[in-house]
Structures are given as C-alpha cells and as structure tokens.
Write a protein that binds this ligand. Structure first.
Ligand code: 5GP
Length: 112
C-alpha cells in the first residue's frame, strides 16, 4: 500500500479535511503555508503522467475539490496555488498522485 492508501484506510492518522467516494483531503504533515492540504484520489495513480483517458473525470473531481476546499478554508479571496509534483525534478516524494492546495500567504512566481 502507498502511504496515502494507508491514510485513506485509517492505518496512519491524518488531519482530515473532507472526503468523497473518490478522494480524500487532509492537512500536509509539513505545511509550506498556513493552509496546505493534500487532495488524493482513492485510486492509486502513481503520478500525473501515469493517468490515462479513463481517469479524466477523476482528475476533474480533484480540481473541483481544490476550488471547493479553497472556499471552505477561506483562501479563495486572497488566492491559492494548486500544484502536482511529477518526478524528481518536481520534488515528488510520494508515488501516489496528489494535488497540493496551498494558501494563506503571498507566493512567488516562478516557483523554486
Ligand atoms: P510530494 O513531495 O510527493 O509532491 O508531496 C508529498 C507530501 O506529502 C509532502 O508535502 C509531505 O509533507 C506530505 N507527507 C508525507 N508524509 C505524510 C504523512 O504521513 N502525513 C501527511 N499528512 N502528509 C505527509
């Protein structure tokens, strides 16, 4: 099982934010901003580049969830960033697709 499957199964504790039949959302253990939530599909897709055509509705759900959670967490007015890290150059550390929802502070562009 991946780390995030274990969180979804309740084998590893996490501060849950929301969940649906298709995804879970919980606070990152090492937050990079006042709000840092991970939105993780229950289906194990290792990384974005491994997603296939049939994953399109699920990928859409993850982005819709990011927008909804941003409103619920009060960062939609000030702004937020959504990030998906694929592979070593992006700093991916957990091989189970996840969307970072980050906000609550001013961010820089380009990202580091
Ligand atoms: P990545 O670097 O793969 O894009 O993101 C993985 C994220 O998972 C990191 O931001 C890291 O802090 C977070 N993370 C790693 N282990 C745990 C954990 O056990 N619990 C929680 N809540 N987050 C974790």
């Amino acid at each position: 099982m991946t780390l995030f499957e274990k969180i979804a199964a309740g084998q590893i504790p996490a501060r849950m934010v929301a969940q649906s039949d298709h995804w879970i959302a919980f606070h990152d253990i090492n937050p990079q901003a006042p709000v840092h939530v991970l939105i993780v599909p229950r289906k194990v897709i290792p990384r974005l580049g491994a997603a296939v055509e049939e994953d399109a509705p699920l990928l859409g759900e993850l982005l819709l969830a990011a927008g909804t959670l941003a409103r619920q967490l009060g960062i939609d007015q000030t702004g937020f960033r959504v990030a998906i890290n694929h592979g070593p150059h992006a700093g991916e550390t957990v091989p189970h697709l996840h969307v970072h929802l980050i906000g609550g502070r001013q961010m820089e562009w380009p990202p580091g």
